[in-house]
Design a protein around this ligand. Structure first.
Ligand code: KG4
Ligand code: ZN
Length: 358
């Protein structure tokens, strides 16, 4: 399959993005309009504001991506758009915009799974070997809506090893930041507030710390699953019982909270590397931007003699380059890209969890 030139479009949450990528790896342009400022007063994403924001931003990001790529519409092979998972009212804006564009310029419009997009993000680092050389890889996929440990056997061939049983890692940071009066989104503000703080100030619980060789209902090993809702409750308790902690100990609390989240993630990644013997550990998704997590995963990989591959900073949080990359990599691997027909807010990455031999 030749290297396709693809316009990617992403609107699953609160970022409106468009990008042009060749062959699933070479980014010609990437434009992102973030709505963080509009949602900040509410401490989280407000779906109605998000969909209106997408409608307003869509023409501008597409024009910017096409202009910066320096290619004409004729040169494109396809348009790839996120069709799930995400907020349905947000997904629909990107999907209908992409389909209208496709009709106007006479190009096919493909639907991309947002989570597969995050996985493709790691291949946007030119130093990362192509999927056929890199895989099998163990991937920690950590975003605002999902936390997965995935065994990536190749493009389109994913086995879910672990997932969160409640809140996602990013969601836990977002909720914690709210409790600490730090604003939104939580990950970056906690990271900034934690600088100079003492991560050992309080030992917040690491969810599922003592789980061993038990399985979830869908057959996943609990020792590879995450739980973050107890952490948020524990912070709330701490603030109630220690009213003097704020504002003076805010950096310490932020550092301790961040430490608990990142250590939970790193411990599971370590266990999964040990169990699978994988030689590559990758980390993608918004939380992969976190420097404490990056350092912990470096240490884990060194201990397990695995190579660490991280999505480039710009392609960790939501963007359209990863969406175009996913479609381009599927095409390169000879896999079909489905037509973008409907938005599916709960589109799964993997249909069924396979039994994992412990
Ligand atoms: O992948 P993403 O942009 O959107 C989803 O698909 O959910 O991830 C957004 C999440 C948010 O929860 C945000 O707090 C978190 O990524 N995040 C971070 C950092 N930057 C963004 N978490 C930790 N450290 C960061 N520097
Ligand atoms: Zn995302």
């Amino acid at each position: 399959m030749k290297d396709l030139l693809i316009l990617g479009i992403e609107s699953s949450c609160d970022e409106t993005a468009a990008a042009v990528v060749r062959g699933g790896r070479e980014v010609l342009s990437s434009a992102v309009i973030s709505q963080i400022a509009q949602h900040r007063p509410y401490g989280g994403v407000v779906p109605e504001i998000a969909s209106r924001g997408h409608v307003e931003a869509f023409p501008a990001v597409v024009s910017e991506a096409m202009a910066n790529a320096g290619v004409g519409w004729d040169a494109l092979d396809a348009i790839a758009v996120t069709h799930g998972p995400g907020l349905v009212s947000s997904l629909l804006v990107g999907l209908s915009g992409a389909r209208a564009l496709g009709q106007a310029v006479g190009k096919p419009v493909w639907g991309v799974n947002h989570m597969e997009g995050h996985l493709a993000g790691m291949f946007l680092d030119p130093a990362t070997p192509p999927p056929e050389e890199l895989c099998p890889a163990l991937v920690l996929l950590v975003s605002g809506g999902h936390s997965y440990l995935v065994e990536m056997r190749g493009i389109g061939d994913y086995r879910l090893l672990g997932q969160t049983l409640d809140d996602a890692a990013g969601e836990c940071l977002d909720k914690g930041a709210n409790l600490l009066g730090l604003g939104y989104p939580g990950g970056p503000v906690i990271e900034r507030a934690a600088e100079g703080g003492n991560p050992a100030y309080v030992r917040f619980p690491r969810g599922m710390e003592h789980a061993k060789a038990k399985k979830t209902e869908n057959g996943l090993d609990l020792a590879l699953c995450f739980s973050f809702s107890g952490l948020k409750t524990s912070l709330l308790q701490r603030l109630k019982t220690h009213p003097d902690d704020l504002p003076g100990h805010r950096p310490d609390l932020a550092a301790a909270y961040q430490e608990a989240v990142m250590e939970s993630l790193a411990v599971r990644a370590d266990r999964a590397l040990k169990l699978t013997g994988a030689k590559t550990l990758a980390c993608v998704g918004g939380v992969a931007k976190n420097r404490v997590l990056r350092a912990k995963l470096e240490a884990v990989s060194r201990r397990r003699r695995a190579t660490l591959r991280l999505a480039p900073m710009a392609y960790c949080t939501d963007n359209a380059a990863m969406i175009a990359a996913a479609a381009g990599l599927r095409a390169r691997a000879g896999l079909p890209n489905p037509p973008a027909l409907e938005a599916d807010p709960s589109l799964p990455l993997v249909e069924e969890a396979e039994d994992f031999p412990a």
